[in-house]
Design a protein around this ligand. Structure first.
Ligand code: ATP
Ligand code: MG
Length: 322
C-alpha cells in the first residue's frame, strides 16, 4: 500500500487539523513552472513529442507531489493527453526522462508501468462494451498468469488467483455502487457509470498513482458529486492523483495543486486560487476552450480502436511473460 501521508511531523505546517502533511508541504513552494516538490512520486524532465511539424509536448520539468491531488489543466490541444500518454508509456517521447518512485521508466511498456503502480484512465473511456462489468474489472487485474504457457501443471495457483481477483473486483464494484450491474454488458452503462467503472478497474492493481484524463466529461450532475468523493477517497487512502479536467469547479473543489499547460509547455503552477487568478492562465484560456461533443459514431470508432489496442497490449504482455 502507499505510504501513510497523514502522519505529520510535529511542528510542521500540517498541524492544521485535517490537512495531510504532503498537502501542507505544498504551501511553502514557489509557484513557478517546474518547481521541485518535497516528495515527488513522478518526475519528468525535458520530455518532448512532435507530430510532423507540430510540437505537441515540450515540458522542461514536471514533478508530482506524493499523496496529493494535482490537476493538469489547459485549453484544447494544449498537449495534456499526449503528455499523459508519454508519462505512462502509451506513446514514446522524442526525448526526455521520466521516473516513478525514483525508477526510470525508459523503454518500459504501458502494461508494466501499470504493474509498477502507475495507472491511468482515458479521456474517452476504454471499457469494453461487449464484455460484462465484472469481466472488464478482471481485465484490470495485476497478472494474467492463466495465459502463461506453463500454467497447466499449476492450474490450482491460477484458480486461486482468479478467485482473489474476482473478490477484489466485487469489493471495488460495491465501493463504486456498480455491484448490481456486474453481469450487465459495459456498453449498457451510462457515460458516468463507465467513468466509474474505469476508475474502479484502475484500482485492481492497487496503484500508488492514479491518473485520470477528464473524469467529469460526459458525467451527469447527479453522479458528479459521487465522482468527486471517489477521487478524494483515493487521496485519503494514501494514493496520489493526477487528473486532467476542463471542469473548473471540480479543479477548484478538489485540487491541492494545479499545473497549467498551453501549447505543449507548462506555463504556470500553484495552489488553485493563485493559478486561476494568474493573467497568463486566463489569457491562455480566452477563446481557446470549447467543449467538444462526442457523436455516437465517434464513440463506436473509439470503442473498436480501444478494443484492438487492449487486445494488442495483452498479446504484448503474453510475449513478455513467455
Ligand atoms: N496522434 C496524433 N497525431 C497527430 N497529432 C496529434 C496526435 N495526438 C495529438 N495530436 C495533436 O497534438 C496536440 C495536443 O493534443 P492533445 O490531445 O494532447 O491535447 P489536450 O490538451 O489533451 O486537448 P483536449 O483538452 O482537447 O483533450 C493537438 O494539436 C493535437 O491535434
Ligand atoms: Mg485531452
Amino acid at each position: 500500500m502507499p505510504a501513510d501521508v497523514h502522519n505529520s511531523p510535529a511542528g510542521s505546517p500540517a498541524d492544521s487539523p485535517g490537512v495531510p502533511a504532503a498537502v501542507a508541504a505544498l504551501a511553502a513552494l514557489e509557484t513557478e513552472p517546474g518547481v521541485a516538490k518535497p516528495d515527488p512520486i513522478l518526475v519528468a524532465d525535458k520530455v518532448s513529442r512532435t507530430f510532423g511539424g507540430l510540437v505537441a509536448v515540450d515540458v522542461d520539468h514536471f514533478e508530482v507531489q506524493r499523496g496529493t491531488i494535482t490537476a493538469l489543466i489547459g485549453p484544447n490541444g494544449a498537449g495534456k493527453t499526449t503528455f499523459f500518454n508519454l508519462l505512462t508509456g502509451f506513446d514514446r517521447a522524442d526525448s526526455g526522462t521520466r521516473t516513478f518512485n525514483g525508477r526510470s521508466l525508459k523503454r518500459i511498456s504501458a502494461a508494466k508501468v501499470a504493474r509498477m503502480g502507475m495507472v491511468r484512465t482515458f479521456q474517452l473511456t476504454k471499457v469494453l462494451s461487449k464484455l460484462t462489468v465484472l469481466e472488464n474489472m478482471r481485465l484490470g487485474a495485476p497478472k494474467q498468469s492463466g495465459e502463461r504457457f506453463w500454467v497447466g501443471p499449476f492450474r490450482f495457483l491460477w484458480d486461486g488467483q482468479e478467485k482473489e481477483n474476482t473478490e477484489r473486483a466485487r469489493e471495488l464494484l460495491a465501493r463504486f455502487k456498480l455491484d448490481a450491474k456486474e453481469s450487465d454488458f459495459a456498453g449498457e452503462l451510462s457515460g458516468g457509470q463507465r467513468k466509474l467503472l474505469e476508475m474502479a478497474r484502475s484500482l485492481m492493481v492497487e496503484p500508488e498513482l492514479v491518473m485520470l484524463d477528464e473524469p467529469m466529461a460526459g458525467v451527469n450532475p447527479a453522479l458528479k458529486q459521487s465522482l468527486l468523493d471517489h477521487v478524494r477517497s483515493l487521496r485519503d487512502e494514501g494514493r496520489t492523483v493526477l487528473f486532467v479536467e476542463h471542469d473548473m469547479d471540480m479543479v477548484r473543489d478538489i485540487s491541492d495543486w494545479v499545473v497549467v499547460m498551453a501549447q505543449g509547455r507548462i506555463i504556470a503552477e500553484g495552489p488553485p486560487d493563485t493559478v486561476m487568478a494568474d493573467r497568463r492562465v486566463i489569457d491562455a484560456y480566452l477563446g481557446a476552450h470549447h467543449d467538444t461533443d462526442i457523436t455516437e459514431l465517434d464513440e463506436e470508432t473509439i470503442a473498436s480502436e480501444a478494443e484492438a489496442e487492449i487486445a494488442a497490449e495483452r498479446l504484448d504482455e503474453g510475449r513478455e511473460q513467455a
